[in-house]
Design a protein around this ligand. Structure first.
Ligand code: C5P
Length: 205
């Protein structure tokens, strides 16, 4: 069974994907981390994330970069969103994601284009959404818990800008795949969101 979990940043898709992986005993891949690694590598190279050649050159990042905590920062998320518009970058990361998705026994992948591009054949597709206000509030609480200063308005503006870029790009834009079930987590706490996701998977598998 391949479980595809797509949705915008801070929608709860990562939490849901991890919980589904634990529940079904499947390996999990956070595909956003791959794009974040490319964005981070461009920065380390002193390159320009909007330049296709600079972005492509960064796709050969070392696997050890995936453990860099800086990958989780808002700044790196913004760089990831910028490098991810390039077709060459998406192609360079495709085989790795496809191999993970099709491994024997199944897998859970979360990202933006799992249901549309990486594993369109799977019947088990979730599209996880939440309002910008709910997502900004979650991200804000997360950052405060980590002792990082943050403005709610600034976070909301960054999220909205990232959504806009992810939805309107030519390559693999963020959208619900054919047959995906949409789960709105705006008013759900963590446990309720996970329970709702399991119910959807049970209905689709
Ligand atoms: O999910 P996360 O916030 O880590 O993703 C960072 C960025 O990587 C997204 O804003 C998106 O532009 C890009 N991405 C993508 N396709 C994926 C996963 C992430 O384009 N499958």
């Amino acid at each position: 069974m391949i479980i595809a979990v797509d949705g915008p940043t801070a929608s709860g898709k990562g939490t849901i994907a991890k919980a589904l992986a634990t529940h079904y005993g499947l390996p999990h891949l956070d595909t956003g981390l791959l794009y974040r690694a490319v964005g981070r590598q461009v920065a380390l190279n002193g390159g320009n994330p909007d330049d296709a050649m600079d972005a492509l050159a960064a796709c050969g990042f070392a696997d050890s970069l995936l453990d860099d905590p800086e990958l989780r920062s808002e700044a790196t998320g913004g760089l990831a969103s910028r490098v991810s518009v390039h077709a060459g970058v998406r192609q360079a990361l495709y085989e790795r994601q496809r191999a993970f998705a099709t491994q024997a026994g199944g897998a859970v992948l979360d990202g933006r284009d799992i249901g549309t591009v990486i594993a369109p054949e799977t019947p088990v597709k979730l599209f996880v959404v939440a309002s910008v206000a709910a997502r900004a509030a979650r991200r804000h609480a997360e950052m405060l818990a980590q002792g990082r200063a943050a403005s709610l308005e600034g976070i909301a503006a960054d999220l909205a800008a990232r959504d806009e870029r992810d939805r309107n790009r030519a390559q693999a834009p963020l959208r619900a795949a054919q047959g995906a079930v949409t789960l709105d987590t705006s008013d759900l706490d963590r446990n309720a969101a996970i329970a709702a996701a399991i119910a959807i998977v049970e209905a689709l598998r």
